[in-house]
Design a protein around this ligand. Structure first.
Ligand code: HEM
Ligand SMILES: *[C@@H]1O[C@H](CO)[C@@H](O)[C@H](O)[C@H]1NC(C)=O
Ligand SMILES: *[C@@H]1O[C@H](CO)[C@@H](O)[C@H](O)[C@H]1NC(C)=O
Ligand SMILES: *[C@@H]1O[C@H](CO)[C@@H](O)[C@H](O)[C@H]1NC(C)=O
Ligand SMILES: *[C@@H]1O[C@H](CO)[C@@H](O)[C@H](O)[C@H]1NC(C)=O
Ligand SMILES: *[C@@H]1O[C@H](CO)[C@@H](O)[C@H](O)[C@H]1NC(C)=O
Length: 213
């Protein structure tokens, strides 16, 4: 990508932190897989973040995570604790006609490091077209995390409103094929909430089957 294109991409994403609107959590059903998620769309660049979880009342649980972003977002991430520092981060980007997702953690406002306690599997429906990229992934280990030397945070599957954060960058990642690659800072970030109770489904296992077969 040339400097002018990067500048244009920065402008497309910039200014957004001023208002960075997030839509209320709604149920979105993917027309191709028929998987239904709790979904919110954030920012002027309009990135959608979606979660589906099994029909449970206690933590821990696996999650289906879908992110749909315009190609001006060279990476887009979600912070499961609602801020950048000391919680589980998932960062995704396009790689050719598919997508990559990386498990990270930041203990300072610097490039997040690999985080081994959460693991993602990229599933069907992780595609890139002319304008957008989508990642659809299973996360094991995203519903709870240990931080600050022993405190445990859990996501409550009964909650109609969990607080999450997001960030996106117009700067390309180092090597898009490599989930350990270096990332450049975001140009915008914000918070949003999702209805996790409504993200629960009795169909979780069949969703997984559909997305892996
Ligand atoms: C190279 C990677 C990154 C760098 C260098 C970086 C750096 C920073 C810095 C310096 C700030 C404070 C300035 C400000 O508030 O604007 C900040 C804030 C923030 N960042 Fe990052 N960041 C990176 C990646 C990420 C990722 C991957 C996420 C989410 C998935 C994220 C989410 C946030 C959020 C939500 C804030 C607001 C304040 C907070 O929650 O701590 N950042 N980042
Ligand atoms: C995606 O790209 C790979 C490698 O270039 C190619 O083999 C594959 O057929 C492509 N898949 C689709 C769905 O376009
Ligand atoms: C990268 O992918 C491998 C293979 O799926 C996985 O074992 C590893 O945990 C991932 N690392 C990160 C940082 O996401
Ligand atoms: C590209 O993908 C996005 C996100 O799924 C979709 O909204 C858009 O219609 C797609 N464009 C084309 C040309 O298929
Ligand atoms: C993050 O965790 C580290 C190490 O556990 C701790 O020293 C630091 O104060 C925490 N930072 C924030 C902002 O909570
Ligand atoms: C979840 O399970 C409860 C208890 O079996 C049931 O009442 C409820 O309808 C289920 N919810 C969904 C969305 O499947």
């Amino acid at each position: 990508m040339g400097l002018l294109q990067i500048a244009a991409a920065v402008m497309a994403l910039a200014g957004v932190t001023l208002s960075a609107p997030a839509t209320p959590s709604t149920i979105y059903c993917d027309p191709e897989s028929e998987v239904c998620y709790s979904s919110s769309t954030v920012g002027i660049a309009s990135i959608s973040y979606r979660l589906a979880i099994p029909n449970v009342t206690v933590t821990p649980f696996d999650m289906l995570l879908q992110i749909v972003a315009p190609k001006t977002a060279q990476w887009a991430g979600i912070a499961f604790g609602g801020h950048m520092i000391n919680n589980t981060l998932a960062i995704a980007w396009a790689n050719g006609n598919t997508s990559v997702i990386s498990s990270r953690w930041a203990s300072v406002h610097e490039i997040p490091e690999p985080y081994e306690a959460a693991e993602y599997t990229v599933l069907k429906g992780s595609v890139t077209n002319e304008t957008h990229w989508t990642v659809t992934a299973l996360c094991k280990g995203c519903s709870t995390w240990i931080h600050d030397g022993g405190s445990k945070t859990v996501l409550d599957p009964n909650s109609p409103s969990i607080n999450l954060a997001w960030a996106a960058s117009p700067y390309p990642v180092g090597d898009p094929a490599d989930n350990y690659t270096m990332l450049a800072i975001h140009s915008e970030h914000g918070t949003f909430s999702l209805d996790l109770a409504a993200a629960r489904t009795d169909n979780f296992d069949s969703y997984l089957k559909t997305l892996t077969s």
